[in-house]
Design a protein around this ligand. Structure first.
Ligand SMILES: [Zn+2]
Length: 436
C-alpha cells in the first residue's frame, strides 16, 4: 500500500468522477445464495453477492452506463471483477499461479529446545581446576580473535611454568656447553665423541623445552605469554583468549569463582541461525528419515515467549543415538534467527511436515482472502480481467492452503497481491486504467 500511495493521490485528483447510480461499489455481504436468486427480480438479484452467482451471469450483466458491467470502470466491482494490467505483474506487485495438485504434507508434532548452531560458536572452558581472577568481557560484547576474555589462577599452571622455566634454563646451559665443546674440538682439544655428547644434550634440552611449552599452551597460555615468562612473573596465572571473533553469547564466569575443565564458562560466536533439538519417537523415525533422504523437510515451531508467532526452519540432521529410556532420537532443525530473538534454552513446540501419498488441490496461502467469513480467490477470466470466486478451504501447511471446493484445477489465480485487488484503494487505480 505504501508503494502505490502517491500514485493513488494523483489518480484521485485527476479522475473526473462521473456520477454513477450504483457508485457504492462491491457488495461483499454474504447475501442470499445462488439458489435463491433463481426467478427473482433484477433488483433483488443485485443484492446477492457476486460470490453466489455463476461467472457467466456476472460477465453478461450490463450496468447503468450502457456497457457490460465488467467493462465499466466504475461498476465492475459490483460483479467482483477487477482489471489488472500486465504492468502490475511485471512490477512484481502481483504474481499469478496455476491451481495445481499438491502432495499433502502431514504434520508431526514434537517438543524441542533452542540451542546454538554449534558450527558457529566456540565454547570457552578452563584447562584445569582453577580460580577465576578477572573477567575481561561482558555478555553481548563483540570480541576479536585473540582478545583476552578470562584470567585464571591455577596450581597446574604454576607447576607447568616451573617445569618450563627449568627446561629453558637447562637449554641455555646445554647450548653454552655445546658452543664451548665445539670451539675446543676445532682447536683439537676436545674429542669428536665429547662434541657429539654435547650436541645430544643440546637436542634433548631443546625437546624438553618444547614439551614444557606444549604443556603450558595446553593449559591455555599463548606462545607470546610463555616467551615473556621469567621466574619473577610466573605465578600460575593464565589469560584465556577468544579463539574466534564473535559475540559473547553466554558468560558464566565470575571473579573469585572456582572452575573446572568440564564446564563451559563462555560461548562466543554468532547466533544468526540456531539449532532446535527435538525429540523424535522411534515409531516415526523411518518416515522422517525417508523424507529427509528424498528432500527438504520443512519445520515450523512456536515458543511461549512469542505467542501467536511461528518460526520456520528445516530438518538438518537426525541424531545417531537413541535414548534408551525415552526411546527418542534427537532431531536437529536449523532455523534462521534474525535479531537473535530465539534464545538458547527456550522450549518450543515443533511441527515437521512430511510428504504423504495423498494429493490435493492447494494454492499459496496469500491467494486466499476472506470477507465476512467467506473465503475467495481471484481467478483470471480473460485478458486483464480477474473475478472473485468463492472457495472452501481445508488444511493448511506452511505457505499453502488446501482448496476443498471452488476451483477445478488448472485455473490461473492471483497468488501475491490479491489483497490489493480486494482493496477499495486499488479499485480507484484500476478504474483509472479502464476509463480511457
Ligand atoms: Zn457502470
Amino acid at each position: 500500500m505504501r508503494i502505490i500511495g502517491p500514485i493513488i493521490v494523483i489518480v484521485l485528483a485527476a479522475l473526473p468522477f462521473a456520477a454513477c447510480q450504483k457508485g457504492d461499489g462491491l457488495s461483499y455481504g454474504a447475501g442470499a445464495r445462488a439458489a435463491q436468486a433463481e426467478g427473482q427480480s433484477p433488483e433483488a438479484a443485485a443484492e446477492i453477492s457476486d460470490l453466489d452467482l455463476p461467472v457467466d451471469t456476472l460477465f453478461a450483466r450490463a450496468c447503468g452506463h450502457g456497457v457490460k458491467t465488467f467493462e465499466c470502470a466504475e461498476c465492475r466491482y459490483e460483479v467482483g471483477v477487477v482489471k489488472a494490467p500486465p504492468g502490475l505483474f511485471a512490477d512484481g506487485l502481483f504474481r499469478e499461479t496455476k491451481v495445481a495438485s499438491r502432495r499433502v504434507e502431514q504434520a508431526l508434532t514434537l517438543t524441542g529446545e533452542v540451542g546454538f548452531d554449534e558450527r558457529r560458536v566456540r565454547h570457552m572452558s578452563v584447562p584445569a581446576d582453577c580460580i577465576i581472577r578477572r573477567v575481561h568481557a561482558v555478555l553481548g560484547d563483540r570480541v576479536a580473535a585473540g582478545q583476552a576474555i578470562l584470567e585464571i589462577e591455577s596450581v597446574a599452571v604454576g607447576e607447568a611454568e616451573e617445569d618450563y622455566l627449568a627446561a629453558r634454563a637447562l637449554l641455555t646451559l646445554a647450548r653454552r656447553n655445546h658452543d664451548r665443546v665445539a670451539e675446543l674440538q676445532r682447536e683439537g682439544i676436545a674429542s669428536e665423541r665429547e662434541f657429539f655428547e654435547a650436541r645430544q644434550e643440546l637436542e634433548a634440552a631443546d625437546i624438553r623445552v618444547g614439551a614444557a611449552l606444549g604443556k603450558l599452551m595446553r593449559l591455555g597460555m599463548s606462545g607470546e605469554d610463555a616467551a615473556a615468562l621469567t621466574p619473577d612473573v610466573a605465578r600460575g596465572f593464565v589469560t584465556l583468549r577468544a579463539s574466534a571473533s564473535g559475540t559473547v553469547l553466554s558468560l558464566r564466569a565470575v571473579p573469585g569463582k572456582a572452575a573446572g575443565p568440564d564446564e563451559s564458562l563462555a560461548v562466543i560466536g554468532d547466533n544468526s541461525t540456531v539449532w532446535v533439538s527435538a525429540d523424535l519417537y522411534e515409531r516415526d523415525l523411518r518416515r522422517v528419515a525417508r523424507s529427509c533422504a528424498s528432500g527438504t523437510v520443512p519445520a515450523a515451531f512456536e515458543t511461549s515467549a512469542y505467542p501467536g508467532e511461528t518460526f520456520s526452519g528445516t530438518v538438518d540432521f537426525i541424531g545417531p543415538v537413541m535414548d534408551e529410556v525415552s526411546h527418542t532420537v534427537k532431531l536437529r532443525i536449523k532455523a534462521p534467527n534474525p535479531g537473535g530473538r530465539l534464545l538458547a534454552g527456550m522450549f518450543v513446540t515443533v511441527r515437521i511436515f512430511l510428504p504423504g501419498d495423498e494429493e490435493t488441490a492447494a494454492v499459496p496461502e496469500t491467494a486466499v482472502l476472506t470477507d465476512e467469513g467467506r473465503s475467495f480467490v481471484f481467478v483470471r477470466h480473460h485478458d486483464d480481467y480477474y473475478v472473485r470466486r468463492p472457495v472452501e478451504t481445508g488444511r493448511t501447511w506452511p505457505d499453502w492452503t488446501e482448496i476443498v471446493a471452488g476451483l477445478a484445477g488448472g485455473e490461473t489465480i492471483v497468488a501475491d497481491g490479491s489483497f490489493l485487488m480486494k482493496s477499495d484503494v486499488l479499485r480507484s487505480k484500476m478504474g483509472a486504467g479502464c476509463a480511457d
